[in-house]
Design a protein around this ligand. Structure first.
Ligand SMILES: Cc1cc2nc3c(=O)[nH]c(=O)nc-3n(C[C@H](O)[C@H](O)[C@H](O)COP(=O)(O)O)c2cc1C
Ligand SMILES: O=C(O)C(=O)c1ccccc1
Length: 407
């Protein structure tokens, strides 16, 4: 694994020593300075909190609001950020954190840092290469990408683009069992190992930006993907999605907005998936306990980036209670609002084993396809590496709530 696409290590620095261990993310900072001396600037900003504003200038209204938008008034989207801002890191000195090791293993997947790419549907909306570009960028760094059911490219194409990188698959759980089984079988056959089942989006929420533009993401580029390319799904259509897209959409939407899902149905997924299963969208400690009781392997503490229940609690505010509730019975991942290295440090300190990052990489994709995603990932990992070290920690496992204070 390690620093594909990056410098071999800047001579004479701690990063060079670290290169031997395979992390070496801080070297991206040195690379940027050195390239700058040669007149070459980074492809776009290294400030990931500024990407939304620059994406606004690059994308049409529909695509921009599809990514940037949130449910209702945007209260929960804002709350996610405010929850990070309310917590501050307390740096510790003279603890020899000059050489860091960010590597971790989550459910058997080795990763160079505790960061994954969140599942984002229909990525061709922001760049024609869509999920293929994201898969290539993630694979170059060894960072797991979680492929959405609503991908604009087929699971087989994305698998090929991932090369030898890790493969995680996100399921929107269709309420027709034969379609569900067919999708799972196909993802498994394509080499996906870990299943992430999203629970919080069994229907799309009230999203005024998309509504005002009549922008329904499903019909903007899922034509060739699962489920539209799935034999069991197509078997239920009179005409193929290529001939009659609207009818295909009208079959798909109610299929994943059905009501036939409950905790009792989790064994069905277990029966049809040969690997770890993670439930995404957990916000209450009781649901987290239930996931553990049901024999699930992990959860993602997430409110879908504030895109589902407007007025819902900030995801970060629920993390400590949930981590406490499940202890080490299951792996606890986190998302919603992660933008910087400091945010990752805060989420890890509050009990997450790793975080998922969503919109920032979608903006990277919009800015520059594969290279754009790679730049966003390298920036985030370098920032994380430096922030972890400068606050006095050598590894993510050294973090605990004691590293933080309330603002
Ligand atoms: C444009 C967009 C599309 C998304 N599509 C999916 C999806 O297909 N499946 C899923 O589980 N989550 C989806 N999500 C939610 C993300 O996986 C993740 O929970 C969220 O983006 C995290 O918040 P952040 O964007 O603030 O990092 C989507 C999010 C965005 C912004
Ligand atoms: O927009 C979303 O948040 C999302 O989850 C989704 C679901 C289906 C298609 C595209 C995106």
């Amino acid at each position: 694994m390690g620093e594909s696409g990056g410098p071999a290590g800047i001579p004479g620095t701690a990063q060079e020593a670290q290169g031997a261990q395979g992390a070496n993310f801080g070297a991206y900072q040195s690379e940027i300075y050195l390239n700058g001396l040669g007149g070459q600037l980074p492809p776009f900003t290294t400030d990931l909190t500024a990407l939304e504003a620059s994406a606004r200038e690059r994308l049409e209204d529909g695509p921009f609001w599809y990514v940037a938008g949130a449910a209702g008034s945007g209260a929960t989207d804002r709350a996610n950020r405010e929850a990070f801002d309310r917590r501050r890191i307390v740096p510790r000195m003279l603890r020899d954190a000059t050489v860091r090791d960010l590597r971790t293993t989550v459910l058997g997947t080795e990763m160079p840092a505790p960061v994954l790419l969140a599942p984002i549907g229909v990525q061709s909306i922001v760049h024609p290469d869509g999920e293929l570009a994201t898969a290539r960028a993630a694979s170059a760094l060894g960072v797991p990408m979680i492929l959405s059911t609503a991908s604009s490219h087929t699971v087989e194409e994305v698998a090929r683009a991932s090369g030898d990188g890790p493969r995680w698959y996100q399921l929107y759980w269709p309420n027709e069992d034969d379609v569900c089984v067919s999708i799972l079988r196909r993802a498994g056959a394509a080499g996906f190992t870990t299943l992430v089942v999203t629970l919080d989006t069994w229907t799309l929420a009230w999203r005024p930006h998309d509504l005002d533009l009549s922008y329904l993401p499903f019909i903007r580029g899922v034509g060739t993907a699962i489920p539209f390319s799935d034999p069991a799904f197509r078997a239920g259509l009179d005409k193929s999605p290529e001939e009659d897209l609207i009818s295909a959409v009208l079959r798909w939407v109610p299929m994943f907005t059905g009501t036939d899902r409950s905790w009792d149905r989790l064994p069905f997924l277990r029966d049809h998936w040969d690997g770890p299963i993670v439930l995404k969208g957990v916000q209450h400690p009781d649901d987290a306990r239930r996931a553990a009781d049901a024999g699930m392997d992990g959860i993602v503490v997430s409110n879908h980036g504030g895109r589902q229940v407007d007025g819902a609690v900030a995801s970060l505010d629920m993390l400590p209670e949930i981590a406490e509730a499940v202890g080490d019975r299951i792996e606890v991942l986190f998302d919603s609002g992660v933008r910087t290295g400091a945010d990752v440090v805060k989420a890890l300190a509050l009990g997450a084993r790793a975080v998922l990052v969503g919109r920032p990489f979608a903006y990277g994709l919009a800015h520059g396809g594969e290279e754009g995603v790679r730049h966003v990932l390298r920036s985030l990992l370098a920032d994380l590496d430096l922030t972890l070290g400068l606050s006095g920690h050598r590894t993510p496992s050294e973090l605990s709530p004691e590293a933080l204070r309330h603002a």
